[in-house]
Structure formats: structure tokens, C-alpha cells
Design a protein around this ligand. Structure first.
Ligand SMILES: [Zn+2]
Ligand SMILES: [Zn+2]
Length: 220
């Protein structure tokens, strides 16, 4: 793993803290990629802007606007995770995330800057071209194909260099946002589904002709 990171980051200017988090993120995510770099840097900047530490509980929230590789970087760095319920996904397909501190009731939205997008224009155009050529393939196949074509290419190196070396204030746009704090995740008691016998959270249980059932048994 260390060898892989060292090889991928060779010759690039990456700070000590960033390198450490990239390592942890790659460990979680499985590979280094542009999206992961963006997520790691976005998460670090979010913590810095809010002046908070990585979340142990639900004091910090991340609201991400895409479900790309960046989302994994954000989860690793901020400790806002799917499982803790403080990682919220808005399916808007935008490279942006809002970080919200429940204690200070402060939120910042961080998005990739137009300047950064311009710098990566060639790379984005290449992705467009490749996707068009491949047609409507499933993610896994497209990803593999695109990765094979771009892996180790100058275009990819240039993009990663841009993403790793651009200053925070050039790479991202940051603004304070006023948001309604989403409700905290709740714990629920479970009941036993009368069809499959498995436990199901009470608010997810349904009635089927007078029997308590889980959703798959209701729909199956
Ligand atoms: Zn990735
Ligand atoms: Zn069931």
C-alpha cells in the first residue's frame, strides 16, 4: 500500500497531513483517483473552515451532492459516515459538499472552482470521448476501460498534479450557508417479521393482512 501511494505521488508536492489521509482513504476506497483526491481535500478543508475535528459522533454533518469516489474521501477524512447517519447524500451530480457543525450551527459549502475545472478541461473532454465511444456500459466496465486507457497517461498525471498541488482557495469555492440542521439519526426497537422471522426496525415494519411483516416480505 505504502509503495503504491509512494509511486503514485512521486514527484508531486503533497503535504504530510494530506499524504497520510490519502493513504487511509486509498486503504478504504481501493485505489487512488481524482475523485478520491478531491474528497480528501474537500473534507480536510471543511474541517479547517469550521474549526472542528473529525467526527466521533453526530456533531458534524456532511451533505454530499454526488455519489462518486469523492464521497469515500469525505467519509474517511471527516468521520461523517453512512453508518453513523451524519453523511447525507443528495443525488444532484455536483462536485460539492456542505459541512455543518451542530454545536456552532455553522455550515460551509465547498465546490470545485471553475478555475480548477478549466485546468482539467482536457481530462474531462477525454472522459467524455471515452464514455461516448463505450456507449452505455455499467459503471464497473466503463470504469475499468477508462482506467486502462488513462492509467499512467500524461493526461491523468496532469490532472492528479492539478488536484494535489493547487492551493485550497484556487481549487475550491467556499461559502457560508444557512441550513436547517437535519434531524439526528434515531435508534429504534425491532419487531420480528411474521413471514421470514427476521428482525426489522419498528418504523420499517408493515402490516400484511393483519400480520407484521418486513418490506421485502410485503413486496415479495
Ligand atoms: Zn476512485
Ligand atoms: Zn420478512
Amino acid at each position: 500500500m505504502e509503495e503504491y501511494i509512494a509511486r503514485r505521488l512521486k514527484g508531486l508536492e503533497v503535504g504530510e497531513e494530506e499524504r497520510e489521509w490519502l493513504e487511509r482513504a486509498v486503504d478504504f476506497h481501493g485505489h487512488l483517483c481524482g475523485g478520491l483526491i478531491i474528497g480528501v481535500r474537500m473534507g480536510l478543508l471543511g474541517l479547517k473552515e469550521l474549526g472542528v475535528r473529525r467526527a466521533k459522533g453526530e456533531e458534524l454533518l456532511a451533505i454530499v451532492e454526488n455519489d462518486t469516489c469523492a464521497a469515500d474521501g469525505i467519509q474517511v477524512v471527516t468521520g461523517c459516515t453512512f453508518g453513523k447517519g451524519n453523511f447525507i447524500f443528495r443525488d444532484w451530480g455536483k462536485m460539492a459538499a456542505t459541512f455543518y457543525d451542530r454545536n456552532k450551527k455553522r455550515g460551509v459549502r465547498i465546490s470545485i472552482s471553475p478555475e480548477a475545472l478549466e485546468k482539467m478541461r482536457e481530462f474531462r473532454e477525454m472522459i467524455h470521448k471515452l464514455l461516448k465511444e463505450k456507449g452505455n456500459l455499467p459503471f464497473e466496465e466503463v470504469f475499468e476501460e477508462v482506467r486502462r486507457e488513462l492509467s499512467g497517461s500524461n493526461l491523468e498525471k496532469k490532472m492528479e498534479k492539478t488536484l494535489l498541488e493547487m492551493e485550497d482557495d484556487k481549487l475550491f469555492d467556499v461559502r457560508e450557508v444557512e441550513i436547517e440542521a437535519p434531524a439526528k439519526a434515531r435508534m429504534f426497537a425491532s419487531v420480528i417479521c411474521e413471514e421470514c422471522g427476521e428482525a426489522v426496525m419498528e418504523p420499517r415494519a408493515r402490516l400484511k393482512l393483519g400480520k407484521i411483516v418486513c418490506i421485502p416480505c410485503l413486496e415479495g
